[in-house]
Design a protein around this ligand. Sequence first.
Ligand code: GDP
Ligand code: GDP
Length: 466
Amino acid sequence: MQILTEQKAELDALINGYSAGAVLRHGVDCVLLGRPNVGKSMLFNKIIGRRLSIVEDTPGVTRDRIYGESDWNGRKFTLVDTGGIEPNTDNQILAFMRQQAQIAIDNATVIVLVTDIKTGMTAADQEVAGMLQRSKKPIVLAVNKMDSTGVTDPEFYEFYNLGLGDPIAVSAVHGHGTGDLLDACLQYFPPETDEEEDSDVVQVAIIGKPNVGKSSLTNRILGEQRVIVSDVAGTTRDAIDSYFENATGKYNFIDTAGMRKKSKVDDAIEKYSVLRATMAIERSDVCLIMIDAQDGVTEQDTKVAGLAHDAGKACIIVVNKWDLVEKDGKTMDRMREDIRRDLSYMPYAPIVFISAMTGQRVSRLFELINYVREQASMRITTGMLNSVLADAQTRVQPPTDKGRRLKIYYMTQVGIRPPHFVVFCNDKKLFHFSYRRYLENQIRSVFGLEGTPIIMTVRQKGEEDS
Ligand code: GDP
Ligand code: GDP
């Protein structure tokens, strides 16, 4: 395959734009926390802008707009907005805030407590500030809606009473103060390294709808009743990271159960599940997506699985409660087909049928977890990729439009976990979804990449890196 010097130079510049081989760090750098209507989502949008998801160009389920990636002074960071829940009474507000704060404390590096100059400091602010202080996490205090840049509202100084250090005046509407806010956060971020230290502990998030058996699976693995399991709505427990070691390796299971208590507002339960799942997924290397064998794939399952896919995580579909299903010789195949149809955006994910209750096939999970993690960490040489690309183009000619044919010059891998490829072509518009799908399938048929999504970024000649 010929590649012109000029194109090669452009391509090199392009590739340098990505830190080659970079692995995203675990967890969320920064979380916005605060009462409803203080302006969290507006602040989130101001900071993240349009750059909402780390996984570009992957077809899938659109992520809730609570997670975003941006950079500040050359440092990339991730941000989560805990908003979107609208409790009615003061009591509810406090209960909700406590839950949000707990999720943030469990998962984030820095917590930004957003307050509002218009309402002034409230009892709920004070309560949550106390909770945050006790967590010993780095906290940054923002006072929002400070729209005028002139004289400082005397109310502003009230916020010193929260005991969280200097408040930072911001206006999400105008963008004032957001730089100071990010400076304050940045000092707590760990230094960015090209390659994350390859910890030998595999982080595994167990995700799925309530009652699918997440706690039961964690218990089964740990072999003790560490978390309370019940099908009575109202049971709850705190977030627990469970460390486990066996001959196959070392694992930390991040359980996303809980958060079922006291939520009188149905909608809120769902939003908490999403928030909690999102944060757990960010921290994970591998996601176990649990499906209830009796229910099949539900809408909520599609959504949860979509979060893992969009986050670019290695995934295993775990069908639980297999003991409850009446089986004939074809039950498993039928179920597998149904799942492939309903979760069509993740054909790469292995499916395993287990019973957390009886322990059936639970031990298989460990090999599978190791396997998909290795697959997601695969590095393919440019030479090998380009020979697959050449082959693929000979077999199925790239599409044409109005007499102009798509030319693919070159392809290279720029990242792992998930494998990230950059394809360089003459015209992006000609690179239709179907050809992308075809290329992805060709790559998978040669290299496997089982259990992991892949990212394919398409660039064309002369295009600025964005
Ligand atoms: P959230 O519930 O904390 O996510 O709050 P929103 O972002 O939805 O904002 C709540 C309301 O406050 C909206 O009506 C916003 O327009 C308003 N708002 C947010 N930020 C500012 C700001 O900096 N200045 C002013 N004046 N209003 C703001
Ligand atoms: P979570 O909300 O996802 O953590 O679900 P739980 O682990 O609390 O399980 C919900 C209910 O399903 C409990 O009553 C469990 O005993 C039951 N359960 C979980 N896994 C299985 C299974 O494999 N088989 C059967 N029969 N019941 C299960």
